[in-house]
Unconditional design. Structure first.
Length: 431
């Protein structure tokens, strides 16, 4: 291990350099405060690696994303979502027997406690399904209180993982049913994960539901593309909450909340709403697109081109490339002619040729086309981020598990206080 040297207040301090398996380098400053009294100030943690991890590799300059070493392009093409979930959580692609056991474990847990069904009746019909999903996920801990034991053994952890993957899908689908005022549909364990999810969302007790294999395959791909993305806001949140030894349900529920925001997973909903506004405002005409591009460049407008830009990708987001192709295919297969797709393509073209976006290395991210794909599949806008959450679940679990197994300490950063210096209390009548 090499060292880097820094001169602080005239004193030379050595910091070990840590090199990851893909040659990324970090300066290990764990002794900084003890040896110098200084801390680092890094808003948004833009320069801080919060952990070492062997789950996902991401190279933003070259647009590379790999889960446990496997390129995302190969996984999206060849694997199933539960196979990828197993890979992320347990580190290796499963053998057939391991996969069968994992799938049957998940399938065994798809039902949720009947009492939880009553919770849905308490939510207003238009409750956002992300809020419902987060609170119901946390509520699972009251039905499986053994998960609250920080010294959980491996078997109980595995069971909690299976429960989470299975039950969040049922909760997500039922939160959608609640929002449209339809009766919930119980899971069908003969179906695979993606088909079952679509069944629980779209089947009705009054008619037969025909499963469209192309939609199932597109959903499988979307879930895989979202399955992990190293230390993004929601994954880091899951780690932070998990680091206090709160249960896995609590940690994942917090992750769902973090994902909800429009700068993170909520961007897929925001993109479609933005495209709709542009459409209503004058459609895909050059004049209209140029007007909106001007607005996105203007900081005072308070509007960003949603679905563009990424903290890590500064070249292209490999997930966006795959999703754009899938969106084209699904729309063609299902004979969907969505005018918003045209707007999205014109807007993308205009932005990619505009200095503002070129200079700042702003490219379409995963959320730019995913909303349009969900729309083509018949999934309503409110549910887009919920679908993202179901996809990201294995990543949250894998990160939580890695952190717990490594025995990482509670996350508790420092701050630099900039408030008032000590002053004496002023009685109410003298203020
Ligand atoms: N439209 C217009 N300007 C932008 C955009 C955008 N979408 N994104 C960044 N910029 C500008 C920003 O104003 C800043 O300009 P300047 O240097 O002149 O001040 C510069 O580009 C750098 O932006 P930043 O906000 O400092 O970059 P960041 O790494 O903190 O933020 C981001 C990354 C994804 C939050 C941001 O690009 C953004 O808000 N994008 C739109 C929302 C979005 O699509 N989010 C989904 C992200 S991918 C999926 C996920 O994470 O869940």
């Amino acid at each position: 291990m090499n060292n880097s040297e820094m001169n602080i207040d005239g004193k030379a301090i050595q910091f070990p350099i840590f090199t990851g398996s893909e040659n990324k380098k970090a300066m290990d400053i764990s002794k900084l405060r003890a040896e110098t009294g200084y801390v680092t100030l890094d808003y948004g943690l833009k320069n801080t690696a919060v952990t070492k991890s062997s789950i996902t590799f991401l190279n933003g300059e070259e647009g590379i994303l790999r889960y446990r070493g496997y390129p995302i392009e190969q996984l999206a093409e060849k694997a199933t979502f539960l196979e990828v979930a197993y890979l992320l959580i347990y580190g290796e692609l499963p053998t057939q027997t391991e996969l069968d056991t994992f799938i049957s474990g998940v399938t065994n847990h798809t039902l949720i406690h009947e009492n939880m069904k009553k919770f849905f009746e308490g939510y207003p019909q238009h409750a956002h399904p992300m809020g419902v999903l987060a609170s119901m996920t946390c509520a699972l801990s009251s039905f499986y209180p053994e998960s609250l034991d920080p010294s959980l053994n491996e078997k109980s952890v595995d069971q909690t993982i299976l429960r989470l993957i299975a039950k969040t899908a049922t909760i997500a689908a039922w939160s959608f049913k609640n929002s449209v005022g339809h009766p919930v549909m119980y899971p069908q364990n003969r179906l695979d994960f993606s088909a079952n999810l679509l069944y629980m969302m779209f089947a009705k007790p009054t008619e037969e539901y025909v499963i469209n294999d192309k939609v199932v395959s597109a959903l499988n791909k979307l879930l895989i593309l979202h399955a992990d993305h190293e230390q993004n806001c929601s994954t880091f949140t899951t780690r932070v909450v998990g680091s206090s030894q709160a249960s896995l349900y609590a940690a994942v529920s917090a992750g769902i909340m973090a994902l909800w925001g429009p700068l993170h997973g909520g961007a897929n909903q925001a993109v479609v709403e933005m495209l709709q506004k542009i459409y209503d405002d004058g459609g895909a005409s050059k004049a209209n697109i140029d007007k909106w591009i001007l607005r996105f460049k203007d900081k005072d407008s308070g509007q960003r081109l949603m679905g563009f830009g990424h903290r890590v990708y500064k070249n292209f987001d490999p997930r966006a490339t795959i999703i754009k192709k899938a969106a084209d295919e699904v729309m063609e297969d299902l004979n969907v002619d969505d005018p918003l797709l045209d707007i999205a393509k014109q807007l993308e073209y205009a932005a990619l040729n505009e200095d503002y976006f070129i200079e700042r290395k702003l490219y379409p991210n995963v959320d730019y086309y995913s909303g349009l794909l969900y729309r083509a599949m018949g999934i309503p806008v409110d549910m887009f981020t919920v679908m993202f959450a179901l996809g990201r679940l294995p990543g949250w679990i894998a990160n939580w598990k890695e952190m717990v197994e490594e025995g990482q300490p509670i996350t508790r950063p420092r701050q630099i206080y900039i408030g008032e210096k000590k002053r004496d209390f002023v009685p109410l009548e003298q203020r």
